[in-house]
Design a protein around this ligand. Structure first.
Ligand code: 13P
Length: 254
């Protein structure tokens, strides 16, 4: 069964309201014909409401870049899943390497977010990936397995229908250094095999695994041609409508 590709923009801490409006006005017509893939844009929290309003009725959906697992409470500066749903947000990035490495989020906190997102009808994009030291130490696959096992512990298989995994090697993020196609395919294959072992082969066959890390218009076709790559999560090259629309309109293999 073919997996529907997902092409997602992670704007990180970029774009004012005016810039969000300008981007979406230019971008929506550029991708209006792309009906066979899911298109997501993750603006900063401050632009979520505007973005959700601007994409209404289009083929683009809005994702949040993060959330707190609790519904409400004394968590200064945090945003809850209920607040996101309220805005019309249906997706949330969880466990991005910048959250893990810059803000010190551990596997348990990431796991609580995945569980909470699913419980609240939000679709998590669970990010995993090894650092350069871990890759050089030959630990890549064990790091990915540890991150998956921790984030998905106790989640019943059927609940995973809403989940997307993003493999983002930390050393490839924002560095211009994309992983080779062989490295990407090997990591994605091992993630899929992990799902087959931890859950079952039909879940493994359906789970969508995105690649992230210096994805550009010039390398997206080669990445999307790989057997186990079901989409991309794009940082820097998603900030301009021209460049992100070219990524969205990648040419499928064959
Ligand atoms: O972190 C990323 C997407 O979440 C990747 O960022 P870059 O595309 O800028 O390398």
């Amino acid at each position: 069964m073919a997996r529907r590709p997902v092409v997602a923009a992670n704007w990180k801490m970029h774009k004012s309201l005016g810039e969000t409006r300008d981007f979406l006005r230019a971008f929506l017509p550029m991708v209006a014909g792309a009906r066979d893939r899911e298109i997501l844009v993750a603006p900063p929290f401050t632009a979520l409401a505007l973005a959700a309003e601007l994409v209404r009725g289009s083929n683009v959906a809005i994702a949040a870049q993060n959330m707190h697992p609790e519904e409400k409470g004394a968590f200064t500066g945090e945003v809850s899943p209920i607040m996101l749903s309220d805005l019309g947000v249906r997706w949330v990035i969880v466990g991005h390497s910048e959250r893990r490495h810059v803000f010190g989020e551990g596997d348990d906190f990431v796991a609580a977010k995945v569980r909470s997102a699913l419980d609240h009808g939000l679709r998590p994009i669970l990010c995993i990936g090894e650092t350069l030291e871990e890759r050089d130490a030959g630990a890549t696959l064990s790091v990915l397995e540890r991150q998956l096992a921790a984030a998905l512990a106790g989640i019943p298989g059927p609940d995973l229908a809403g989940l997307v995994v993003a493999y983002e090697p930390v050393w490839a993020i924002g560095t211009g250094r994309t992983a080779t196609t062989a490295q990407v395919q090997e990591a994605h294959r091992s993630v899929r095999e992990w799902f087959a072992g931890a859950f079952d082969s039909s879940i493994a066959g359906e789970i969508r695994i995105l690649y992230g890390g210096s994805v550009k218009p010039g390398n997206v076709d080669a990445l999307m041609a790989l057997d186990d790559v079901d989409g991309v999560l794009v940082g820097g090259a998603s900030l301009e409508a021209d460049s992100f629309s070219r990524i969205v309109n990648f040419r499928p293999a064959g």
